[in-house]
Design a protein around this ligand. Structure first.
Ligand code: AMP
Ligand code: GLY
Length: 449
């Protein structure tokens, strides 16, 4: 049977999902608040609607006779879109509202870990009272991460000793007036993401990815939704051992075992500390940008994964190409604090692919050891009659794929060169040998302490 797949969401992550379904036995339909030109080029139809409005999503799903839905972002999950689709008889690959609390409620997430004795949980306290939280900061022996309980698009967390002093941390708490906060021990190490495909009580994982949250090079500046990310040709990252990867999988397994009925992606964000991986947070969906590292190397038919999940069959073994990936997001200048929209996007999928093919040493760097590909993923852009323009969110991403991180990085840079930089900002350091080496050295230092 040919499936009708409804994709919910219009960012870079959803463009990657759309591409993973392209060429499979399905017709793709998509709905989002924006019109993503990359998704529009693949889908049979795209509808602009409020994806946090379950009724609107269900009405469109019924109109296109969807047989499966894939929920990209967290906001629709929080709004109960997966529940509403299922109540209408349409399988949703994405957890129901209650299970999505593993992401949408950080206090619930931590209490869940304690209740089920899941390893890798930092010390934490939950506060509803601002002054009690401030007092805790005064009394706590060590630095703390300040985390609003609800969704903040990756921009709500502030870490004492890293971004702010204790005084500034208290000021932040008093000024931001969140209803509920988690204060937790500051973890020191290297961050990494492991995404698990979960269905019918089983789970399988993808290669680890390292995202870069900070807006500017050298990990400076405010937190963002993620400026770019890389993965290696193996499951691990260069700064982690196989044992450490396995340890993270054990944490994920213990989590999935206690999330009965969970389906979709469980995204584990870990801090690899000297003592091993610790959970920074869970997300109930693919990462953005991490989906753009993972889905291009997924060799298993993603549609088969979805239909097996829906039909209660074992999910096929996930195979990943042994390729490294480097993803770099291009964002409007001033992002995330003062983004300026309206720059014209100069690249398209063809020019990016051409850039990858054309060069071996176009940057004057060492010739690459391996050939590779470049991909373009559109995110929050605005398609007008005379072209594609930036909005105030992340605009598009380029991904380089090759045998090594270094080569993949060079390919991503060649693709960026086509894009120019007028009105745009990007982090050129992501995936560069220097920065990767700093991560390795950092972990070596911590382990030696
Ligand atoms: P989140 O919104 O939970 O992904 O957090 C955003 C960023 O805050 C993470 O990527 C980390 O860099 C940082 N962070 C969160 N929790 C901690 C923690 N306990 N210790 C150190 N850094 C943290
Ligand atoms: N890359 C971070 C996130 O998707 O939340």
């Amino acid at each position: 049977m040919r499936e009708n797949v409804l994709l919910i969401g219009g960012g870079g992550r959803e463009h990657a999902i759309a591409r993973a379904l392209e060429g499979s036995e399905c017709d793709l339909y998509a709905c989002a608040g924006n019109k993503n030109p990359g998704i529009a080029a693949i889908a049979s139809d795209v509808e602009t609607l409020e994806t946090t409005d379950p009724e609107a999503v269900v009405a469109y799903a019924e109109e296109i006779e969807a047989t499966i839905a894939v929920v990209g972002p967290e906001a629709p999950l929080e709004a109960g879109v997966a529940d509403a689709l299922e109540d209408a008889g349409i399988y949703a690959f994405g957890p129901r509202q209650e299970e999505a609390r593993i992401e949408t409620d950080k206090a619930f997430q931590r209490e869940f870990m304690v209740e089920h004795d899941i390893p890798g949980c930092p010390d934490f306290e939950v506060f509803e009272d601002t002054e009690a939280a401030c007092e805790f900061i005064d009394e706590y022996d060590g630095d703390l991460a300040i985390k609003p309980v609800g969704l903040t698009g990756g921009k709500g967390v502030t870490v004492i000793g890293d971004q702010v002093t204790p005084e500034e941390g208290k000021e932040y708490i008093r000024e931001s007036e969140y209803d509920e906060l988690v204060l937790e021990e500051r973890l020191i190490g290297e961050e990494l993401t492991i995404q698990a495909f979960v269905a019918n009580g089983e789970f399988q994982t993808a290669p680890a990815v390292q995202d870069h949250k900070r807006a500017y090079e050298g990990d400076e500046g405010p937190n963002t939704g993620g400026m770019g990310s890389y993965s290696d040709a193996t499951r691990q990252l260069p700064f982690m051992s196989e044992d450490e990867y396995e340890h993270a999988l054990e944490i994920l397994e213990a989590t999935v075992d206690n999330l009965e009925g969970y389906k979709g992606i469980l995204y584990g964000q870990f801090m690899l500390t000297a003592e091993g991986p610790t959970v920074i947070e869970y997300n109930a969906r693919f990462g953005d940008p991490e989906a753009m590292n993972t889905l291009p190397v997924l060799e298993t038919d993603f549609l088969e994964v979805l239909t097996a999940a829906r039909d209660g069959e074992p999910v096929p073994d996930l195979e990943f190409a042994e390729q490294a990936t480097v993803c770099k997001y291009v964002v409007p200048e001033g992002y995330p604090t003062d983004p300026e929209a309206g720059a014209k996007v100069q690249v398209d999928e063809e020019s990016v692919a051409r850039a990858a093919r054309a060069t071996d040493d176009s940057n004057g760097d060492e010739p690459r050891e391996s050939a590779g590909d470049a991909l373009l993923y559109y995110a929050s852009v605005d398609e007008r009659e005379d072209g594609i323009y930036t909005t105030t969110s992340r605009s598009f991403a380029v991904v380089g794929l090759a045998e090594t991180i270094d080569d993949a990085e060079g390919i991503a840079e060649d693709a960026l060169a086509v894009a120019g930089d007028e009105g745009l900002h990007m982090r050129h350091d992501i995936g560069k040998a220097d920065l990767v080496q700093q991560r390795i050295d950092h972990m070596d230092e911590l382990r030696a302490e």
